[in-house]
Design a binder for this molecule. Structure first.
Ligand SMILES: [Zn+2]
Length: 252
């Protein structure tokens, strides 16, 4: 067949190939894929916490999308995998004793993110706000109102994994030509959020589902597991490579 006819034939074949049904989470986002990707019963690498005093810091308000200065309570959390995280608790906690209760709680939660995915995180800001949890440039912002809401749905851990993607991976990898090639080769997205905000969200969204299919396949239904494998095979290879994992056939 002439090259042009071959190309036409192949594209018709691709157009007619059946596409897998969108999973239930598609229109919500990857964190809704399953509450069992990481659960509240999973082991945490958190080992201890130390109060370091107060310091005026620039803190990002996710509600107002703006920075403000705050005389925060600082804690150092230590993990059994030798990581340390600076926890910055806003002044609304009033005293270091009440700040420490929240610092302990979220230090433990952060320790449930596996080290490979947590190692790029340097700090977490813990704020008594209701707006969404966020992350970027080494920092995760935990707004406790949203954290309680996500806990009630069992998906705080999945959300922290997504934010660890923003905090620890975005700066280093989202402009990587190899990542861009993987996105292009896959040509499909794991959620509407990844599709509509590709530049900002695709890596963090895809990372949650990568963790699920590689480490916790049974946290998804078999159909959803297949959907992930079929939707992002090149992104899966990319994560395997940058995380230094073994390349293997993923099975349910
Ligand atoms: Zn995000």
């Amino acid at each position: 067949m002439k090259p042009i006819l071959t190309a036409l034939f192949l594209s018709l074949l691709l157009l007619s190939s059946p596409t897998l049904a969108e999973p239930s989470w598609f229109n919500k986002g990857a964190i809704y894929a399953s509450p069992n990707i990481i659960t509240s019963f999973d082991r945490s690498a958190f080992s201890s916490i130390k109060y370091k005093g107060r310091e005026v810091l620039d803190v990002y308000n996710m509600c107002k999308k703006d920075w403000y200065e705050d005389n925060a309570f600082l804690f150092e959390a230590t993990y059994s995998d030798n990581q340390t995280l600076e926890l910055q608790l806003e002044s609304k906690f009033l005293n270091n004793a009440s700040a420490e209760v929240a610092a302990q709680r979220y230090a433990k939660k952060l320790g449930q993110i596996p080290y490979l995915f947590r190692k790029g995180v340097d700090s977490a800001s813990i704020l008594l706000k209701n707006c969404t949890i966020g992350g970027g440039s080494g920092n995760i912002i935990i707004n406790t109102g949203d954290a309680f809401f996500l806990t009630s749905m069992g998906i705080l851990e999945e959300t922290l994994l997504h934010e660890a993607g923003h905090a620890g991976f975005d700066d280093k990898y989202k402009h990587d030509p190899a990542w861009k090639r993987a996105q292009k080769k896959d040509g499909q997205y794991i959620s509407w959020y990844a599709r509509d905000f590709t530049e900002r969200e695709d890596l963090a969204e895809s990372m949650v589902l990568f963790y699920a299919v590689y480490f916790r396949p049974k946290s998804l239904s078999e159909a959803d597991f297949d959907f992930v494998l079929n939707t992002m095979p090149h992104r899966i290879k990319y994560f395997v490579k940058i995380l230094g994992l073994e390349e293997r056939k993923l099975t349910y």
